[in-house]
Design a protein around this ligand. Sequence first.
Ligand code: SF4
Length: 256
Amino acid sequence: MFFGSTMMTLIAEYPEVRKLFPGLAQAAEDVGSPQMRNVATVGGNLAQHSRCWYYRQRDAYCAKKGGPRCLARGGENKYHALFTNSKCLSPCVSNLAVALAALDASVVVQRGAKTVTLTLAQVYEKAWGDARLHHSLAADDLILRIEIPVTAGARSTYVKLSEKSEFDWALVSCAAAGRVEGGKFRGVRVALGCVAAMPWLVKEANAFLEGKAATDETALAAAEILLREAEPREQNGYKIPMAKTLVKRALAGLVA
Ligand code: SF4
């Protein structure tokens, strides 16, 4: 368990986190620069706003700002989502979200007088249906803490590809968590990042991995399931082979 106000540097460098949740530590280490990780918090990383250039351009009035349509859908969509049934094509780019989703973590939020516990999917599900939202959190919600189940013998990994090797957001990322026993996957969860408005998990892909030989062939078959509903736009089809490669690398990292 750690707090929403925990600095990214602590997640990246604390020995116990690196030992128990190496995928999470790697995801934190890949955030921004050392200076940024010294001030950025877990809550801030999870709740960050869209990086879409239309959203950030002062004069572009897109659906996220209450405009009539998503300008990326028929425009410049190189960095946008592969899963495009959402109203806004801007993907969730939080490193921690994808690592925590693979770890089946819970986010505990103070909401008015109540404390609510959300899955990672619930943290982002409202962004799927409402283009104006970045996540499901209200303005006065406070992320109190993150709770991660510890499973004996489980490992975790996080990998990403970006345009720059340092100080850059991922084009696609992938996290996996679970065990490899006798050369077979057990209890594995795999999630893709930067391809949808939320960390992208597919139950059938995780079920497919159960008891299968821990090989690249198995990993690539799971990646096909993860990506089968992908609908690349004009400029982001490159994310499909990238995602397959990252699923293979993330799952290979679970093999001790
Ligand atoms: S992807 Fe989202 S933020 Fe970007 S133009 Fe479309 S609605 Fe706006």
